[in-house]
Design a protein around this ligand. Sequence first.
Ligand SMILES: NC(=O)c1ccc[n+]([C@@H]2O[C@H](COP(=O)([O-])OP(=O)(O)OC[C@H]3O[C@@H](n4cnc5c(N)ncnc54)[C@H](O)[C@@H]3O)[C@@H](O)[C@H]2O)c1
Length: 253
Amino acid sequence: MYRQRLELTDRVAVVTGGSRGIGLAVVTALEEFGAIVVIADVLDEAGTAAAASFESGRVSYVHLDVTDAAEVERVFAEVAARRGSVDILVTSAGIANHQPSLELERETWDRVLAVNATGTFWCAREAARHMQERGGSIVAIGSMSGELANAPQRQAAYNASKGAVHLAVKSLAIEFAERGIRVNAVAPGYVGTELTKEGVPTDWWDDCWVRRTPMGRLGAPEEIGSLVAFLASDAASYMTGSVVLIDGGYSAW
Ligand SMILES: NC(=O)c1ccc[n+]([C@@H]2O[C@H](COP(=O)([O-])OP(=O)(O)OC[C@H]3O[C@@H](n4cnc5c(N)ncnc54)[C@H](O)[C@@H]3O)[C@@H](O)[C@H]2O)c1
């Protein structure tokens, strides 16, 4: 019974930001549990190659910029029409910036909020419209940075965007519960991906992030993938509105 509740056989899942990093690990986990997965991303070459690498033929790629509301609406309608439903949404599309707040341009603030917060909300809302009949599970990739202001990087826009994701998740969980749609967030600590490396001095990794993490290492994308697969499945049937930290103990200090 317990094993069966983890199965996602023929559930239709959309994973934004699934071309690489945590999103791709999520795609791999969902596919392994039997889901039909659509990667929705702006990295067309990487996404197409990633989809083709799954021998099952159950993974496909579609171009989607999550900041474009009309495109979001069109892509979810197309997936529902072609696959018959949308059962799972994982929002992993995200960008980061590191800049002292006194130097931060308005454009950067707007872009980070547009991708991370508004993009997540718009995809969640659109997915929910297609989940209303049969229910579904939405998992947003938030961040421990939505719960605490970590250092030494200066990333007020990123932290604010992830805080917004966490509270939107709780709000949507309440609104959608009566429709059988569960909404949760996963809040990772430091995970070794391109996003973590971008614009960051390498000594931050070991001297700051790893040293402050009780488990003494960064997380791996697949460690996030397995938690997301659990939340997406019926094994998490009594979970909604939760923000689950997964950070090697970083936030336990
Ligand atoms: N890596 C970490 O340490 C870490 C920690 C906490 C939270 N997160 C979150 O996890 C998520 C995935 O991050 P990652 O580390 O895998 O980064 P990544 O850069 O490897 O992957 C992010 C993906 O999002 C896609 N993307 C960016 N803008 C997009 C847009 N407008 N529309 C559609 N897709 C878009 C990118 O093309 C990329 O494929 C992000 O939301 C990030 O904030 C990451």
